[in-house]
Design a protein around this ligand. Structure first.
Ligand code: AKG
Ligand code: FE2
Length: 206
C-alpha cells in the first residue's frame, strides 16, 4: 500500500509508526465503510460471543467485554487461567484473514474476537506475550464499530506512551519487539458510544 499526502489531508494515508523497541503499522481505512458496516452486522449476529471469567486473587471475575476464539483445530490458547479451544473459521473471518495476510507478510492460524458492548467495556494493561505466540509475534488487529482509544505504554517507563484512535474499518499491525517492551489497553469511556468489535489475528505455535 502506498503512502500519499499527509495524515491531515488524506484519510487513506497509512503508515509505519516506529516506537522505541517496537513497531506498529496503522491503516485507518483498510476496509471501506460499506464492507465494514456489513462485517460489523454479520459478526455481531454470527459469532458465538461469551462473557468469560478469569481467576483474580482466588476469585472468579467476569471479563468486562464479550469474547470468542476461532481458528485452526490444532491451536489452543491460554491466558488469565483460561484455555480456549477454537471454533472453526467462519466465511467472514477467513475473508478478513485473507485480506490482511498480504499486508502482515505472515500467516495467521487463529483469531481472538472482543466485543465492547458500550463505553463500560474495556481491556486492561497487558502485552500479548504468551509463549505460544513466539518472541516477536506479528498480530493484526481489525476494528469495526465505535472508535476507541488504544493506549500503549513502555513497560520500563510508564510515562512513555503512544495513543491511537482505532476507527471503523481500520487495521493495526503490531510487530517486532513491541510485545516484549510495551503494554496496551483499551480504557473505559463515559462517552455515549455504540458497540465495537476488535479481532486480533495471531499465529499460535500448534
Ligand atoms: O480491542 C483492542 O483494540 C485490543 C485487543 C487486544 O489487545 C487483545 O485482544 O489482545
Ligand atoms: Fe492485546
Amino acid at each position: 500500500m502506498s503512502v500519499q499526502g499527509s495524515f491531515f489531508d488524506d484519510q487513506h494515508a497509512a503508515g509505519d509508526i516506529s516506537l522505541l523497541n517496537g513497531e506498529l503499522a496503522y491503516y485507518p481505512q483498510f476496509f471501506n465503510k460499506a464492507e465494514s458496516d456489513d462485517f460489523m452486522r454479520i459478526l455481531m449476529d454470527t459469532i458465538a460471543w461469551k462473557q468469560e471469567s478469569m481467576n483474580m486473587y482466588g476469585k472468579q471475575v467476569l471479563f468486562p467485554r464479550l469474547m470468542a476464539w476461532y481458528g485452526d483445530a490444532a491451536t489452543s490458547y491460554g491466558f488469565s487461567g483460561n484455555t480456549f479451544s477454537p471454533q472453526p473459521w467462519t466465511p467472514e473471518l477467513l475473508n478478513i484473514c485473507n485480506r490482511i495476510t498480504p499486508v502482515s507478510g505472515k500467516p495467521f492460524n487463529s483469531v481472538l474476537l472482543n466485543l465492547y458492548r458500550n463505553g463500560n467495556d474495556s481491556m486492561g494493561w497487558h502485552a500479548d506475550d504468551e509463549p505460544e505466540l513466539g518472541l516477536h509475534p506479528v498480530i493484526a488487529s481489525v476494528n469495526f464499530g465505535a472508535t476507541r482509544r488504544f493506549i500503549l505504554r513502555y513497560k520500563n517507563d510508564h510515562h512513555l506512551k503512544h495513543e491511537l484512535a482505532l476507527q471503523h474499518g481500520s487495521l493495526l499491525i503490531m510487530k517486532g519487539s513491541l510485545q516484549q517492551y510495551w503494554e496496551h489497553q483499551v480504557p473505559k469511556t463515559t462517552k455515549e458510544i455504540t458497540g465495537r468489535i476488535n479481532l486480533t489475528f495471531r499465529f499460535i505455535t500448534p
